[in-house]
Design a protein around this ligand. Sequence first.
Ligand SMILES: [Zn+2]
Length: 131
Amino acid sequence: MGKRLKKIALLGIIVVAVVLGPSHSSYASVKYIAGCPSSTDGKHHMTGRSTCWAKNINTNETRTGQGGQCRYCHMLIVTENNLFLNPYQGMGWYTTRSAWADVENNFTMEVNSFSTNSNYLDSVGRQFAWE
Ligand SMILES: [Zn+2]
């Protein structure tokens, strides 16, 4: 193998490791989501914010998903699956963060991690109403 080929092969291995690494480790974490502090029924009532982006500041990984925002406490979310179209499914990967005010469609937010949700009725899934 030539020097140039070796370099390319090594680069390929590094790229694969970087692509696989963060997504696998972040899928292992399950995040606790507190109920909404401002709504009357304790659920976050999410308004769709169209396609949005979440950047993991620890890994620089950016994921594209369905954005949403709570109309009461302004919490932001980006999810893999679109629960505004079908609320009877898990979110897939998701990530949240707090916000002070209403934001526009197509926002990008910076986060520390991604979590995963596979059931709209579990302890995380039932904290949300998708409207
Ligand atoms: Zn809320």
